[in-house]
Design a protein around this ligand. Structure first.
Ligand code: HEC
Length: 108
């Protein structure tokens, strides 16, 4: 009985450690950070400068969306709230960045 409990505790601890280690470092909204907590990566600048004109990065940190829904959000920003349409290159950078760092399966 005791060892079963210990084994369960160890399994839990291992799971937890695995989760902590796979969680992307620093992917938390931070108003004092120069990138507001956006994790480093290709496309970060394009995202930051395209979106910060209207709202903070907190709204992005809150989301975990798949590629289809991120595509819809970008289209919504362009069509409804008049975000200037990014160049084709920036659009791809932005979409890839959002899916990679704020995709459906990215831990919070
Ligand atoms: C021109 C201003 C503007 C720009 C630029 C802009 N947004 Fe927005 N965004 C808004 C407004 C306004 C809302 C609130 C819309 C509403 O709730 O009706 C919003 C809402 C959102 C939401 C919340 C959606 C929800 O479910 O509530 C997300 C996510 C979002 N924006 C992402 C982005 C991203 C990513 C970028 C940069 C690529 C961006 N926005 C650029 C104006 C902008």
């Amino acid at each position: 009985m005791r060892s079963a409990a210990a084994a369960a505790a160890l399994a839990l601890a291992t799971l937890f450690a695995g989760w902590v280690m796979t969680a992307p470092a620093g992917a938390r909204y931070d108003p004092n950070d120069e990138w507001q907590g956006l994790p480093n990566g290709k496309g970060r600048e394009a995202v930051f400068y395209s979106c910060v004109a209207c709202h903070s990065m907190a709204i992005i940190h809150q989301q975990r969306l798949n590629r289809r829904v991120w595509t819809e959000v970008l289209q919504w920003m362009i069509d409804e709230v008049r975000m200037p349409k990014p160049s084709e290159k920036d659009y791809q950078l932005i979409l890839d960045y959002l899916v990679e760092h704020f995709g459906q399966d990215v831990p919070r």
